[in-house]
Design a protein around this ligand. Structure first.
Ligand code: ADP
Ligand code: MG
Length: 350
């Protein structure tokens, strides 16, 4: 069904090499210029250097590329240039986590960035380019032991509320039990046996995304979409879990000054959740005893992603054009703060 067979050779992996993996991986991916962007004289101001470097030119005035003020250089765990496919990105991000999940680990992958930068292309994919969740499901299905099963849940977080995308947008609630384990009560879980099953469930869910209270389809850039795949054994005990999160457009966090009250409210919620997310991922790295996961619904639901035996991967999606320079810089700075690899190196341009 359009998802190519895994090309990766089976590498001998053992517990030691899995332990050697970073708990947090932060990557950047730039999308190609769209045809209309090229046709309207838009400039490409992003360059990927080597395996992990990103250079961006900052125009003096956003739409005017005749003068640049500064060149910013960032370094991440990986930087993916525009020609790399979802499969290429998959191999460097999710693939190394699949075995960890099959052994009972919890893995979480976030797509962060401005609307239009390629988050959904990366996570959900298109007809011609299967997204990371499908490629992950393909490998999990292939590695599944006899009797073991995959269960999927899929929900959306909009304005601090959870809606079940597998069950008519039913409102869901987050509960913490006496042992501090967080669960989403009442959510629909669907057992799937193969890749086709996974895709059908997610596609049905996608049709229910972001229908506002009025029943009209609100803009899906204002909500976080969370796909979770649980691997369970024949006794229905949970083993591993992998979560794929297509985050709300990061530029929406700036809508806090909007004239429309609802838009302002949505913006404030997005701002809170993205800030909490950054703090929670940072606390994994710093091995802090306290993770501020209660600061937002997003981080509360994902508590287990920040504690215990977990691994997190963030893909910061960026647009390459001068029209997005400000948002792109914000995204790069956010990703940089999530895991301080190397701070923003600025060089002035005369
Ligand atoms: P977002 O979810 O961040 O708002 P989308 O994933 O919808 O952004 O991407 C915006 C547009 O760019 C879509 O038309 C998408 O198909 C296209 N696009 C994004 N990333 C790529 C890519 N790596 N290669 C080709 N087209 C891309
Ligand atoms: Mg999207």
């Amino acid at each position: 069904y359009g998802v190519p067979k895994s090309k990766s050779k089976s590498k001998p992996t053992n517990a030691a090499s899995l332990d050697g993996m970073d708990r947090i991986k932060v990557c950047v991916r730039t999308r190609p210029m769209m045809q209309w962007e090229r046709e309207t004289g838009t400039k490409d101001i992003v360059e990927i250097h080597g395996r992990d470097g990103v250079v961006i030119m900052e125009p003096k005035v956003a739409l005017d590329t005749s003068h640049y003020t500064q060149q910013h250089t960032f370094r991440f765990d990986e930087a993916f240039h525009e020609e790399l496919s979802n499969e290429d990105v998959y191999r460097k991000t999710i693939e190394p986590l699949v075995e960890f999940v099959m052994k009972g680990g919890k893995a979480t992958c976030f797509a962060y960035g401005q609307t239009g930068a390629g988050k959904s292309y990366t996570m959900m994919g298109t007809d011609n380019a299967p997204g990371l969740y499908m490629l992950g499901a393909r490998d999990i299905v292939n590695m599944l032991q006899p009797g073991h099963k995959i269960w999927i849940s899929y929900f959306e977080i909009y304005c601090g509320q959870l809606f079940d995308l597998l069950n008519k947008r039913k409102r869901l609630h987050v509960r913490e039990n006496q042992f501090g384990k967080v669960c989403v009560t009442g959510r629909m879980e669907t057992e799937v046996k193969d890749l086709r099953g996974v895709m059908k469930v997610v596609e049905n869910g996608n049709r229910l995304r972001s229908t506002g209270v009025t029943g009209v389809n609100a803009d899906s850039s204002r909500s976080h979409a969370v796909i979770q795949m649980d691997v369970r054994d024949n006794q229905e005990e949970q083993l591993g879990r992998i979560s794929f999160i297509d985050l709300a457009g990061s530029e929406r966090a700036a809508d806090v000054m909007d004239t429309d009250k609802q838009t302002r409210h949505e913006g404030a919620e997005i701002n809170t959740s993205l800030l909490a997310l950054k703090e929670c991922i940072r606390s994994i790295d710093q091995e802090k005893s306290h993770t501020p996961f209660r600061q937002s619904k997003l981080t509360h639901v994902l508590k287990e992603s920040f504690t215990g035996d977990s691994k997190t991967c963030m893909i910061a999606n960026i647009s390459p054009t001068n029209l997005s320079s400000e948002h792109t810089l914000n995204t790069l700075r956010y990703a940089d703060r999530v895991k301080e690899l190397q701070t923003d190196i600025k060089e002035s341009i005369k």
